[in-house]
Design a protein around this ligand. Sequence first.
Ligand code: ATR
Length: 270
Amino acid sequence: MTDRYCVFGHPVTHSKSPAIHAAFAAQIGEALEYTAIEAPLDDFAGAWRRFVAEGGRGANVTVPFKEEAFRLCDTLSQRARRAGAVNTLLLGKNGLTYGDTTDGVGLVRDLKRHGVTLAGVRLLVLGAGGAVRGVLAPLLAEGPASLRVANRTAAKAEALAADFRDLGEIAGGGFNAVAGRFDVVINGTSASLAGDLPPLPDELFAAGATAYDMMYGAAPTVFLRWATERGARPVDGLGMLVEQAAESFFQWRGKRPDTPPVLEALRASL
Ligand code: ATR
């Protein structure tokens, strides 16, 4: 029987993961099936159990199930434990469910692919929700000079920064507390979805700065347009999506896909 994988979400019909994993499988010559499954909001664990009973070997997990997926795992990677969320499930030979999160490593790999060095930089991360929590440890592991977390609700950014203080130079607060210039600014809020721009000072970017939005679309997000007007180099989150998928694929199959051609095809299809 063909090994089965899927992405769980709600809604999930517009997910690009089936196309990405089909491209990876074709590239590497692996026979596998990868579908999108809309899990019920009140029974994610049941959806995973049913999938396993039907031959499922692993899954990606997207909004809004990443925390629930974290809770159902028998074992967790260290980075998933740190993130408090799981975007990759894997059924072990012993029948136990292993959980990992590949979002952070996906973000760091995409930044590196764009030639962005994180070591020694002044890094600003916007947002303090699940998406940001999931990437802080891999970002801090790169050794930025400082990492500031800014959020609409200041207390959430302060609490989040406190959770990661053992890993590096990190502080949190509201948007109004953002001061100075930054080399890399990562938008991890969901503001772009609503076409909103977090309230940021005009003098935000250092010379040669990169502005990264974890969101993506056919057109640049409002944050990336704003950043471009202020001299920063804009990068959207499509590459992060492909890189996190590649890391999940590696967890399942032990083989690393070549991401640039897959990203290029995906970009053309937006
Ligand atoms: P996710 O899983 O995408 O991180 P989340 O946990 O709901 O989702 O977090 C959403 C983030 O986007 C939060 O940081 C939220 O700010 P608050 O903590 O103040 O709610 C931020 N956000 C959402 N809409 C926003 C907007 N219009 N302007 C600024 N920040 C916004």
